[in-house]
Write a protein that binds this ligand. Structure first.
Ligand code: GTP
Ligand code: MG
Length: 371
């Protein structure tokens, strides 16, 4: 297949090995230094080649404009083959058992002949090494299984950047035939909102007996949840877990109705002992069934697509602004004036914003840079 495609049109080489540059995720194993064409990547991904999938993701994550361009081309070509998966977000406080849960649930799904990709969103600097790398030890079965693919969070960047790359990675994984995507994120900070905006189903893991104040999980996250699972519900924890289940059910009953019409269920489970997981998966299937019938599923995916476009525009505008030579030349100058109280932040901002539109002459303004 790849042969015929490549002989029919000249292939565009993607210069340099993306895994050998310093600008990409340093956690990833380096592979042989070869020059591959965009077409080779596309064929490889669509034939389920994990190495090429991995390398294409590295192109997407790269800060090198050539790599990014190649990544975009690959993504565009893979787009028609994407979208046919179930996207599940898993959130909860650190240590609640997200990775263990995904491993155990993943094993169950692999037995059902599903193909599984696990991604992470974790932009926090203290965990930049990509928690899932450490978690690979907690996802032992998945990390070596032919039908599973694990990819840590992009190593650096703003939440917006990380989220964008994770979305694009998800689409490539779908094109490679993964029909179930799990996205793990720590339920602190803003990352869970980003994950919520890219999945079909949002699962919140909780612990029993960790206090009535809902363990620092903000009410907003509970409102986003499509299911709450109380993990580590085994042995002497079972009673406390049942109690917590009732408490969360009561708390949910007071929350406003969801736009999907779905009533968020609460279940207990043990990721380690693999109990309660089949019920949770059945709930997910039930949710998909219900929302597909009501067309909420389709509508939500459409909304997410337009949100992605808008966010990409926002990020691109910002990035163009800060990388513009005129801004680079003058940013510190204006910032200094603002810090010293010699110019209002608003005037400085509007001067800076006007700079990229001017061809010359911004030095003239220095003369009247007064408050
Ligand atoms: N007893 C018990 N321990 C569990 C269970 N699930 C996870 N653990 C343990 O809890 C600890 C944290 O599990 P992880 O799966 O790494 O938790 P996590 O939520 O992914 O943690 P972060 O990625 O650091 O946020 C590990 O020691 C697990 O073995 C469970 O169901 N029962
Ligand atoms: Mg984890």
């Amino acid at each position: 297949m790849s042969d015929s495609k490549e002989s029919s049109k000249p292939s565009k080489p993607v210069n340099k090995d993306p895994e050998k540059t310093g600008s990409v995720n340093p956690n990833y194993r380096r592979v042989e230094n070869t020059t591959r064409s965009v077409d080779e990547y596309i064929d490889g991904i669509q034939n389920g080649n994990k190495t090429l999938l991995s390398r294409a993701i590295t192109l997407i994550e790269s800060n090198n404009p050539d790599h990014q361009k190649a990544g975009e081309e690959i993504l565009e070509a893979c787009l028609p083959a994407s979208g046919r998966s179930v996207r599940v977000g898993v959130t909860g406080v650190p240590g609640v058992g997200k990775s263990t849960f995904i491993e155990s649930m993943g094993r169950l799904l692999l037995e059902q002949k599903r193909k599984l990709a696990v991604l992470a969103i974790d932009p926090s600097s203290s965990r930049t090494k990509g928690s899932i790398l450490g978690d690979k030890t907690r996802m032992q079965t998945l990390s070596i299984h032919d039908h599973a693919f694990i990819r840590p969070s992009p190593a650096s960047g703003t939440l917006g950047g990380v989220a964008r790359k994770t979305r694009e990675t998800m689409l490539l994984c779908e094109a490679a035939g993964y029909d179930t995507i799990f996205i793990e994120t720590v339920g602190v900070g803003q990352s869970e909102t980003a994950v919520h905006s890219m999945v079909d189903f949002f699962l919140l893991l909780m612990l029993a007996g960790a206090g009535d104040e809902l363990q620092g999980i903000k009410r907003g996250i509970m409102e986003m949840a499509d299911l709450i699972a109380i993990n580590k519900s085994e042995k002497e924890n079972i009673k406390a877990a049942e109690r917590a289940k009732r408490e969360y059910e009561n708390a949910l009953a007071l929350m406003p109705e969801t736009s999907s019409g779905w009533e968020t269920p609460v279940h207990t489970c043990s990721a380690i002992e693999k109990t309660g997981l089949d019920i949770i998966w059945k709930e997910i299937e039930h949710y998909l069934d219900q929302t597909k019938k009501s067309s909420y599923f389709k509508q939500r995916r459409q909304e997410q697509l337009s949100q992605w476009m808008n966010e990409t525009i926002d990020q691109e505008l910002k990035s163009r602004f800060y990388h513009h030579p005129a801004i680079k030349a003058k940013f510190q100058h204006y910032e200094k004036k603002v810090r010293q109280g010699n110019m209002s932040p608003f005037r400085a901002a509007s001067r800076l914003l006007a700079l990229p539109e001017k061809r010359t002459g911004f030095h003239d303004e220095e003369v009247d840079d007064r408050k």
